[in-house]
Design a protein around this ligand. Structure first.
Ligand code: GLN
Length: 542
């Protein structure tokens, strides 16, 4: 039987609803239940693929090639369950489905309306493909009271009514602020936010209260009484030192016990939280630290590199060290020498990116890493920059560039318009819609025997997630390999370079895919474990 837990948020945004949902998923999982998490986003974009990462944070890509909200990254990192395109729906996507049906004439002459047509489509999106789990955790984006989220709230209200409390539960995340001048915790914002929910017909059964200090029994009872929930169901969600301690913290507050009680399920056996405990222990007591410079463009909004920052932390967990990130805006290297800024870092990472701005600075950072033999990881755009750097400075191709920046005579990185996926040929049109022209999702790659990539992964075949329009041009393989850059990972048909490396460097790898999307605290990605291990060696050398 599938039970649905709906998670809404109130008072203010950015309370960490995604992590709260993911942690509840992990908790239920540690009690042996099968879970799936899903996010409904009220904005009008069909997916976040066309949004700037500065607006909405990173675009998280699933195996099946969907561009989704970054919260799906938290879900995967906490539960290990790989998300699919069904796990993120937006108002834009729901409306476009309904409008397409209307155009086809599927509604047989009916007036198409928000209720019931949009709400029915939302309900379909919620329940679709959830038969194989015990709990489907559905996070509603935005803050209760927003105009845009109303159809979603109406849809979950209806589902609550149709399926009944044995199969549904409403959890509301709120803020309980401490007012220093009064020396008090204030429960009023929570009360108002719950009223807002009640106005649309939803009575939450649990309140998850973000707070910077423990909530005294008195306040807890007050919240319970005013908001119509059991006192045990007022759960304090206190600030923590590492997000990976959230499942343990919620368990200590009795959250999972209360959820199971709501559904009439046994909660007497203690869950096994030892892996989370181990992770927290490592994070809290690292054996030394390494400093990694991340040279990119969107460095002023850390959410735009969310998975990357997490994956680097996982590399630290794997090696028992703390990873200190030094975010560097690559443009500064276009005016100034990178040496003073990069001197002394133990690893350099050039992440994914789009557009020409800042590229010369990234190329300068690659050159620094290569010439100083500093461990280097180039991801997607970062790999492309590493290839251009090699072409220009080692292979005697001074005009080498990417056709992303306009027509060029030496396109070592270029637009490929046709490639194979399994037995099918996929194509992309030059000048097509920006929303649909990328190579997205999981693709296999074959690794060359004995290469660093092969040793790091411990296997010859891998599958990794992509999101890019341009490819390293295989026609330049010979000249680049002649200059020392080995093409150590290729698509099975040998046409698409997936990994490059310098065999004569301590640790220098560029990958066309995004390994950070698959790294998890309980299973750090081998490339990040390997990169941080190399940084640890570097730290001991310098
Ligand atoms: N802009 C590059 C491309 O489209 C790289 C994209 C990325 O780093 N995700 O190929």
């Amino acid at each position: 039987m599938t039970r649905f837990v709906f998670i809404t948020g109130g008072v203010v945004s950015s309370l960490g609803k995604g992590i709260a949902s993911a942690a509840l998923g992990a908790l239920l999982q540690s009690r042996g239940w099968r879970v799936r998490l899903r996010k409904l986003d009220p904005y009008l974009n069909v997916d976040p693929g066309t949004m700037s990462p500065l607006q909405h944070g990173e675009v998280f890509v699933t195996d099946d090639g969907a561009e989704t909200d970054l919260d799906l990254g938290h879900y995967e990192r906490f539960t290990g369950v790989h998300a699919t395109r069904n796990d993120n729906a937006t108002t834009g996507r729901i409306y476009s489905e309904v409008i397409a049906r209307e155009r086809r004439g599927d509604y047989l002459g009916a007036t198409v309306q928000v209720i019931p047509h949009i709400t029915d489509a939302i309900k379909d999106a919620i329940v679709r493909d959830t038969d194989d789990v015990d709990f489907a955790l559905i996070e509603i984006g935005g803050t209760v009271g927003d105009i845009e989220s109303l159809p979603f709230l109406e849809a979950i209200r209806q589902l609550g009514n149709e399926l009944g409390p044995q199969k549904t539960m409403f959890v509301h995340l709120t803020l309980v602020p401490y007012i220093p001048s009064a020396g008090e915790l204030k429960t009023k914002p929570t009360q108002h936010s719950v009223k807002e929910l009640q106005n649309v017909g939803i009575q939450p059964q649990m309140l998850l209260c973000r707070c910077d200090r423990p909530i005294p029994e008195n306040e807890r009872r007050k919240i319970a009484s005013f908001c119509n929930v059991r006192p045990e169901a007022v759960v304090a969600a206190l600030d923590v030192d590492t997000i990976y301690s959230v499942p343990i913290a919620y368990h200590a507050e009795g959250m999972d016990t209360e959820v199971l009680r709501h559904f009439g399920l046994d909660a007497t056996i203690e869950p096994d939280m030892s892996d989370w405990q181990r992770i927290c222990d490592t994070v809290r007591a690292p054996e030394g630290e390494v400093r990694i410079a991340v040279v990119g463009k969107y460095t002023n909004l850390l959410d735009s590199y969310k998975s990357l920052a997490e994956a680097l932390a996982h590399g630290g967990i794997a090696n028992g060290v703390k990873v200190v990130l030094d975010w560097v805006d690559s443009e500064i290297f276009e005016q100034s020498n990178p040496v003073p800024r990069l001197e002394g870092v133990h690893g350099i990472l050039v992440p994914g990116g789009f557009g020409e701005r800042g590229t010369e600075g990234k190329i300068a950072a690659v050159r620094f890493a290569r010439e100083r033999r500093v461990p280097f990881l180039g991801i997607c755009f970062g790999m492309q920059m590493a290839v251009i750097e090699c072409a220009r400075n080692l292979a005697g191709l001074p005009d080498a560039s990417s056709s992303e920046f306009g027509a060029c005579d030496t396109p070592v990185v270029g637009l490929l318009t046709e490639w194979a996926r399994g037995n099918e040929i996929e194509t992309r049109a030059e000048g097509g819609d920006l929303g649909g022209t990328m190579r997205k999702g999981a693709y296999p790659a074959l690794l060359a025997e004995g290469s660093l990539a092969n040793r790091v992964y411990g296997t010859h075949t891998i599958s990794e997630r992509h999101r890019h329009r341009y490819e390293v041009n295989i026609r330049y393989r010979e000249v680049l390999e002649g200059a020392g850059l080995r093409f150590s990972g290729l698509s099975p048909d040998g046409v698409l370079p997936e990994i490059v490396e310098y065999p004569d460097q301590p640790w220098f790898v560029g990958v066309q895919f995004h390994p950070e999307l698959k790294s998890k605290p309980r299973a750090p990605h081998p490339l990040f474990s390997g990169f941080i291990a190399a940084a640890v060696r570097q730290a001991r050398l310098v």
